[in-house]
Write a protein that binds this ligand. Sequence first.
Ligand code: NDP
Length: 241
Amino acid sequence: MEFKGKTVIVTGAGKGIGREIVRMLVERGAQVVALTRSAADVEALRGEFGCRAIQVDLADADATRKAAIAALPADFLINCAGTTELQPFLETTVEAFDRLVAVNTRAPMIVAQEYARSLIKEGRPGAIVNVSSVASFVGIPDHAAYCASKGGLDGLTRVMAKELAPHGIRANGVHPTVTLTPMAVKAWSDPEKAAGMMKRIPVGRFAEPADIAEVVLFLLSDQAAMVNGISMPVDGGYMIA
Ligand code: NDP
């Protein structure tokens, strides 16, 4: 898959899966506009990959809309930024719930609105990939707000797929299992929990960021021209186990 001459917006580009997506896109000829939070990551993305990098806290709706508009024009959009906080269901706080929904659900909606509006205005086609999680399919203990926020994102993906496809814009979701990134360290550092999860993955390992990035790039590409509105697990068979 070649992305020569294409501009791609990637949120959460500073670390983990987002960073690997940027690396792969740049290797395949794309110009990346990165939206991410930490100043050090913004500098690194500019220096290492020649990205146009915009620093933004995606929990802030107004700042997110401004950053999305500043990132345009673009050919493709990857909503990859995500965050988690572990709390048992009975102890899930309203504040944590709102924080996760703001970053994992509301921000992808805002960025996609601005991206799609600009394409529709110019009469150009496009594609969106929203990075969800297997946590939107199953209940994972201590992940109530996270599961809910990703389930909400899937709903958005399906509505985008229906409403935007007539304008030539596809939207799909990618659902990783545990992927070896800073987020996984936060969520799966308890060896007992990690072993239980690993046991349910038939291929016998957690994912690497590149496993996810390859599928994201496929869904963006013209090779996937007839793929619209799907929720694609990238989970080594976790969902069938
Ligand atoms: P990481 O925590 O490793 O990286 C997340 C990136 O998103 C960072 O660059 C982070 O920036 C950025 N980000 C987070 N919150 C904000 C915010 N409020 N504003 C701007 N940028 C923000 O996560 P992963 O790479 O592991 O996750 C990428 C996506 O994949 C997420 O949507 C996640 O939910 C999903 N996923 C991950 C899994 C895993 O096991 N790793 C499993 C299933 C799904 P900063 O560090 O500066 O805050």
